[in-house]
Ligand binder design. Structure first.
Ligand code: OGA
Ligand code: NI
Length: 346
């Protein structure tokens, strides 16, 4: 497997990474929509036990979620040192010589830890300008940790700490989302969020010509909720009112977005929004996405509380495993995958 992170230096973009003009993105600096800023929600983790404050935070989250499907959170309770620790360990991993990474290189999605590069979900042959780690991080066990790399030395311990804290943040967010929607506080607990948690550590090396490449194709996430650390380098764009807006780095923030399962259980109220990653020529960019998943055999459909005469059920019931298969077939395209599960209006 050819890893971008182990190519010496890129003088120009090899042909297989060059997208046809209609699939390219406007350059980061003059991307349209750079003027719209995503809401930044102050989670006030320390104050959430106060019912009044808590209600306001929950309302703010749901408001941002309904309008954008994406928002950032600060004061989220994940320690800065823990974030830095795992980001540094991951950067060191990508910087290792190819031989050290080779044993982990694989496209087999069942592996609990693997390294891969450039996957094209859309099956056209053009490759994305990205290497990535794909790993399982929760529930943690000695057996699972044994699959994580022993080098660099801090990798396993920093990942375990980061994963535990991000997981707690995700649970808090799910509680607040449920409360903000007027659902039972435990609505998302249990099988809806109880599947094995996965992480994508995305690494986008500097690219000699960002105008002809993409780091990650436009896609929606297939699971329930994504908690993303993008660091301080811009590159993520989200779809908003028919255009792409830049998700500006906010120091220490996590970016939160909804996966397809959130859109389906809320019957369309909290939509899964398309996003993509651009490359840049100056510096490498690394993002860490934690993906909260339903259990594979979880039965999913619009919550009865979210269905009414004015908002009739938009999706049929299915088992999450079925959705995973449809997502692969639809090659991550938002409308193609939802097509399998939508109930037509009459
Ligand atoms: C993802 C993703 C965005 C980024 O991993 O699903 O959308 O900024 N990542 O790397
Ligand atoms: Ni994504």
């Amino acid at each position: 497997m050819e890893l971008l992170s182990n190519r010496p230096a890129h003088a120009s973009v090899p042909d297989k990474y060059v997208f046809p003009p209609e699939k390219r993105a406007a350059l980061l600096d003059d991307a349209p929509g750079s003027d719209v800023a995503l809401p930044v929600v102050d989670l006030q983790r320390a104050a959430l036990s106060d019912p009044g404050r808590r209600r306001l935070v929950a309302e703010e989250i749901v408001k941002a979620g309904k309008e954008f499907g994406f928002f950032q959170v600060v004061n989220h309770g994940v320690s800065e040192d823990v974030v830095r620790g795992f980001r540094e360990a991951s950067a060191e991993f990508f910087a290792m010589p190819a031989e050290e990474k080779l044993p982990y290189c694989s496209d087999d999605q069942s592996k609990p830890f693997r390294v891969a590069s450039s996957t094209s979900y859309d099956r056209n042959q053009t490759r994305y300008w990205r290497d990535y780690l794909k790993l399982r991080c929760h529930p943690v066990s000695d057996e699972l940790v044994g699959h994580w790399p022993a080098k660099p030395e801090s990798f396993r311990s920093s990942l375990a700490e980061f994963s535990a804290q991000v997981h707690e943040l995700a649970q808090t967010l799910l509680l607040l989302i449920a409360e903000g929607l007027g659902l039972d506080g435990g609505f998302f607990a249990g099988d809806l969020s109880g599947g094995d948690t996965q992480m994508n550590v995305n690494y986008y090396p500097p690219c000699p010509d960002p105008s002809v490449t993409l780091g990650l194709l436009p896609h929606c996430d297939r699971h329930l909720l994504t908690v993303l650390s993008q660091g301080d380098v811009a590159g993520l764009q989200a779809r908003y009112r028919g255009r792409w807006i830049l998700v500006r780095p906010v120091p220490g923030a996590f970016i939160i977005n909804f996966g397809h399962q959130m859109e389906i259980v809320t019957n369309g109220v909290l939509a899964s929004v398309e996003h993509r990653a651009l490359t840049n020529s100056a510096v490498a960019r690394m993002s860490v996405a934690t993906l909260i998943m339903p259990k594979m055999d979880c039965l999913i459909g619009p919550a009865p509380e979210m269905v009414s005469e004015e908002n009739p059920a938009k999706f049929r019931e299915f088992v999450f495993r079925e959705f995973m298969a449809a997502y692969d077939t639809a090659a991550a395209s938002r409308e193609d995958v939802l097509e399998y599960f939508r109930i037509e209006d009459h």
